[in-house]
Ligand binder design. Structure first.
Ligand code: NAD
Length: 468
């Protein structure tokens, strides 16, 4: 039995079967989630398709509904947070902020004004570029930020007049199912359907004939499958994929002054952030001081069950990811890196891992070249800035990156030489609703947020009216 339902056509729907959801703080199954059948997915698609006709026709009603959704999220953040903590692991305060942040995204899009684009209006012709909704959107999210990443999709897609079928990760379905129930109170039936199931369900969605657009957030490997699955009937895709963000420190930084920002740029959400700092490049002369400043931060962090007040980092979300981080750290250590802090799991149940600072790391080792997506940070020495930039850019990833300097202008100038979607100067992970976010190279196609994210849920139509 499960206390969680899917939302299909505005109604709470149980699956024919269920699957277990693990609390990463214990490693034990604590809840069941509905397993969506193919027939139920067809029903969700059909419902979204039917709802599209009316939903697309009344912009004022859509804006009112998005405002109401934002209010509902603000009011329910305190109820959603414990659910999110139990399935995801993050501390309750972070879970609260995530739920509240999702509300902020709804409010932003509810008020987003998109200017009319009349490109000619004279004696010959009136020409306007219109933005039209696409139809049903299939949205698929990962397990690191289930609520906020869902809001990045739902709010702009619905504002544009689309309807949606949303699937969260099988590791974290519960808070999103609750979100579906919550929003069923403010949206017409069928406008937002939330279904849960395994990776197969994602594949059924991307190959389903109904959606005209797929909005996907997840790993590069899955993103490529999604793109291939969308190709036969030319569905539009937005892909927000993995990253291997470099942070490059310039020779004038004060290690103590930036250590906290740098550390949290890497370890927020236990390092499980697509655009977290995943490797740090440091001038040789500053290397030991930077390593020690980061290690000091790592030693001071409280790791433990997210429901216990005061804990700053929870467990890694799931066993495969825990094993992957363990494996990449072991590989780094075998290759000659030194764990100045951490380097191993925390004894006891659950997927807890000690915050790990790896000195003596080099390009060409797995933890530097691949996306670790966990609480382990390699620090790499460099002698020549151009060489460091070249190494930072020598990757298929291109999500974001940052440059740090006592001189903000210099940091900004060097940051623009990073090949990535977001270049930060003296900060990292600064994200906001009006700022487009997306990756270059294998880190993605398209962007989310701001008007640019909204446009991704539309297609152009040119209205050209002759006047003679
Ligand atoms: P994942 O790719 O394994 O899974 C993501 C989602 O895709 C899940 O809902 C999963 O069930 C579904 N899925 C799996 N196989 C599928 C298939 N063949 N077809 C359709 N759907 C399928 O990713 P994950 O492990 O859940 O998340 C971690 C990854 O997500 C990391 O690489 C991280 O960098 C990335 N990420 C990117 C962003 C961004 O905005 N760029 C944000 C957060 C996470």
């Amino acid at each position: 039995m499960t206390g969680y339902s899917m939302t299909i056509d505005g109604s709470a729907v149980l699956g024919g079967a269920t699957f277990g959801v693990v609390n990463p703080a214990t490693g034990e199954v604590f809840e069941q989630a509905p397993e969506c059948s193919r027939e139920q997915l067809d029903g969700a698609m059909e419902s979204a398709h039917k709802a599209y006709r009316d939903w697309r026709s009344d912009e004022a009603a859509r804006r009112r509904a998005l405002h109401a959704a934002g209010d509902a999220l603000f009011a329910a953040a305190g109820d959603l947070a414990p659910v999110l903590t139990s399935e995801q692991g993050k501390p309750l305060s972070d879970a609260n902020m995530e739920a509240f942040g999702a509300g902020v995204w709804f409010k932003y899009f509810a008020d987003l004004e998109v200017p009319r684009e009349v490109i000619q209006d004279d004696d010959n012709a009136f020409v306007e570029v219109l933005r039209r909704p696409l139809g049903v959107v299939a949205a698929i999210t990962p397990w690191n930020y289930p609520l906020i990443l869902a809001s990045w999709k739902i709010a702009p897609a619905l504002l544009a007049g689309n309807t949606m079928v949303l699937k969260p990760s099988p590791y974290t379905p519960l808070a999103t199912l609750k979100l579906g129930e919550l929003l069923a109170g403010v949206l017409p039936p069928g406008v937002l359907n939330v279904v849960s199931g395994g990776d197969d369900l994602g594949q059924w969605m991307t190959s389903h004939p109904t959606p005209r657009k797929i909005s996907f957030t997840g790993s590069v490997a899955t993103g490529k499958h999604v793109a291939a699955s969308a190709a036969p009937d030319l569905k539009r895709v937005t892909l927000e994929l993995g990253g291997n963000d470099p942070a490059i420190l310039l020779d004038d930084v004060d290690p103590a002054a930036i250590a906290s920002k740098l550390f949290w740029g890497a370890f927020q959400n236990n390092g499980q952030v697509c655009s977290a700092i995943k490797r740090v490049y440091v001038p040789e002369a500053l290397y030991d001081d930077v390593v020690e400043a980061l290690a000091e931060q790592a030693r001071a962090v409280k790791v433990g069950d997210g429901t216990v007040e005061g804990n700053q980092l929870g467990p890694i979300n799931n066993r495969p990811q825990f094993e992957r981080v363990s494996e990449l750290v072991a590989d780094a250590l075998a290759g000659g890196a030194r764990a100045v802090t951490g380097g191993k799991a925390v004894d006891g149940p659950g997927y807890f891992y000690e915050p790990t600072i790896l000195a003596g790391s080099t390009d060409g080792t797995r933890i530097v070249d691949e996306e670790q997506f966990g609480p382990a940070l390699p620090v790499i020495a460099y002698r020549d800035l151009d060489d460091a930039l070249e190494r930072a850019n020598a990757t298929h990833f291109g999500l974001s990156g940052s440059v740090w300097s006592a001189d903000g202008d210099r940091a900004a100038e060097v940051a623009t030489r990073l090949e990535c979607g977001t270049a930060w100067a003296n900060t990292h992970l600064a994200l906001q609703p009006n700022q487009p976010f997306g990756g270059s190279k294998w880190s993605g196609i398209g962007v989310e947020n701001g008007p640019w994210g909204y446009y991704g849920f539309t297609e152009l139509q040119v209205l050209h009216r002759a006047k003679q």
